[in-house]
Design a protein around this ligand. Structure first.
Ligand code: AMP
Length: 397
C-alpha cells in the first residue's frame, strides 16, 4: 500500500498525548518512538522566550513555570485564542497545535527520513471549524494533510486490520458491529460502527469536548486543595506552579489507583504540607458523576444507531483513561460484555490513521485500496430517524 519514497504516516493529535505511526513496507502499521524514546509525546508546549519546547520537558515545566506552558490546547481549537496568555502573549490554539505537530514531524523525520503527507485524526464530533483549524495546524507544521479522519474510525480500522478484516480475503464476511468508547485525556467520544466486509460505516457518534482524564485529575486536585484549606487556611491553587505540581501528583495518584487500592497525594505550599490518603472506592465515588456522563452518552449513541446491546459484537476501548477499572466495570454492567482490549488504547488511533494514509497514497498511485470509510467526516448529532415498522431510532445520514 505504500511506496519507498512516500511513507504513509498517521498522527493522533491528542489532547494530552500524541502519537505517530507509519506503515511498514509489508503494510503493517507501527508506532514510531519520539526523540525521548517514548511512543507517545505529551501535547504540552513551553514558550520559554524565543525557545519553544514540546513534550516531556514542557510537561515538567508545568510544575515550575506554569504561566509559560500550554496544555490541553486541543480543547480550545475553534476558539480565536487559547484561554490562557503565555508569557503575556495570546496564541490561537491551532498555532500551539502546529508546534506539537512540528515536534512530531522532526522526531519522525529522524527515523524515517523527510516526509510531508499525513492523515491527522480528530474527535468524531469536531465540527467543520475545528477540523479546518486542525488542518491549518498541519499546514503550519509543514505537512500536506491527506485527510482528517475521526479518531474512533481510525481505531476501528486498526481493529479491523488486526482481526484480518482488511485482508484481500477477509477472515469474515459477516458484518461486525462495534461500539468504540474513547476516553482520552481531555475528550470523550463514543461511536457505533459497522464493518461490512471492507467498508467502515459510522452508524452514530457523539461525545464531549470538555470531558476526559484531566477532569478526573482536577477532581482529585480539588479534594487535595480543600483538605489543605481546612488544615492551613491556604489554597494551593492560587499559585499556578503549585497548582501544576498538585495536578501532576494527582494524575500520578489516579494512575496508581488503576492498579492499586490506595494512593497518597502530598502537597507543599508556603512552607506548609499535607498528605491525602485515598482509597480507590473514594476516588470512584468522587468522580462518579463524570463516569455517569459517559454512560449517558454511550446509551444515547447506541439508541441513535437504532441498536440494542445484544446486537453489538465488540466494545472497543480507546484512550488512556479507559484503564480506570471504573470504566470497564460500568461498560460491563450496561453492555453485559467484557470490553475488547486487543488493540492498544494508546496506539490504535495513530495506527488506523497510518492505514488510511496508506490507502490514500495507494489511490494516488492508482493502486487498488483494500478498505473504504464511509461518513468519515460525518457529524451525526441530531439527525435521527424512526423506522415506522419497528419504531427503532436510526441515524439518518
Ligand atoms: P490519551 O489522550 O488517550 O493518551 O489519554 C491520556 C489520559 O489517560 C490521561 O488523562 C492519563 O492520565 C490517562 N491515563 C493513562 N494511563 C492511565 C491509567 N493507568 N489509569 C488511569 N488513567 C490513565
Amino acid at each position: 500500500m505504500t511506496t519507498r519514497s512516500t511513507p504513509a504516516v498517521g498522527i493522533d493529535l491528542g489532547t494530552t498525548f500524541s502519537a505517530v505511526a507509519r506503515l511498514e513496507e509489508n503494510g503493517r502499521p507501527v508506532t514510531l518512538v519520539n526523540a525521548e524514546g517514548d511512543r507517545v509525546t505529551p501535547s504540552v508546549v513551553l514558550f520559554d522566550g524565543d525557545d519553544v519546547v514540546v513534550g516531556k520537558e514542557a510537561l515538567k515545566a508545568l510544575a515550575t513555570e506554569a504561566e509559560h506552558v500550554a496544555e490541553c490546547s486541543k480543547r480550545d481549537v475553534g476558539h480565536r485564542v487559547f484561554h490562557k496568555a503565555l508569557g503575556g502573549k495570546q496564541y490561537p490554539p491551532e498555532v500551539i497545535e502546529a508546534w506539537i505537530l512540528n515536534k512530531l514531524r522532526q522526531d519522525a523525520t529522524a527515523q524515517i527520513g523527510p516526509f510531508s503527507q499525513v492523515v491527522i485524526t480528530v474527535p468524531a464530533y469536531f465540527d467543520e471549524v475545528r477540523r479546518k483549524a486542525t488542518q491549518d495546524a498541519g499546514y503550519m507544521a509543514g505537512f500536506e494533510v491527506l485527510d482528517i479522519i475521526n479518531e474512533p474510525t481510525a481505531a476501528a480500522v486498526a481493529f479491523g486490520f488486526q482481526q484480518g478484516l482488511l485482508a484481500p480475503e477477509p477472515s469474515s464476511d459477516q458484518p461486525v458491529k462495534i461500539l468504540v468508547y474513547d476516553l482520552g485525556g481531555g475528550t470523550f467520544d463514543v461511536t457505533v460502527m459497522e464493518i461490512r466486509g471492507t467498508d467502515y460505516v459510522t452508524l452514530a457518534t457523539d461525545g464531549d469536548v470538555q470531558l476526559g482524564g484531566y477532569d478526573w485529575d482536577q477532581r482529585l486536585a480539588d479534594l487535595v486543595a480543600e483538605g489543605f484549606i481546612r488544615e492551613h487556611l491556604l489554597d494551593p491553587r492560587e499559585d499556578p506552579s503549585t497548582a501544576g505540581r498538585v495536578w501532576r501528583d494527582c494524575e500520578g495518584a489516579k494512575q496508581t489507583l488503576s492498579s492499586r487500592e490506595k494512593a497518597t497525594i502530598p502537597c507543599y505550599y508556603q512552607g506548609r504540607s499535607s498528605r491525602v490518603e485515598l482509597r480507590r472506592e473514594q476516588f470512584e465515588e468522587a468522580t462518579l458523576d463524570l463516569l455517569d456522563r459517559t454512560r449517558f452518552t454511550t446509551v444515547q449513541t447506541l439508541r441513535a444507531a437504532g441498536l440494542e446491546w445484544p446486537q453489538i459484537d465488540r466494545v472497543l476501548l480507546v484512550g488512556g483513561s479507559t484503564r480506570m477499572p471504573m470504566v470497564r466495570k460500568m461498560l460491563r454492567e450496561i453492555s453485559g460484555k467484557e470490553a475488547d482490549t486487543s488493540v492498544s488504547a494508546d496506539e490504535a488511533v495513530a495506527q488506523g490513521a497510518a492505514l488510511r494514509a496508506g490507502l490514500m497514497l495507494a489511490k494516488r498511485h492508482r493502486k487498488r485500496g483494500t478498505f473504504h470509510i464511509k461518513n468519515v467526516n460525518s457529524h451525526s448529532l441530531g439527525v435521527v430517524g424512526v423506522n415506522p415498522k419497528t419504531q427503532q431510532r436510526r441515524n439518518g445520514i
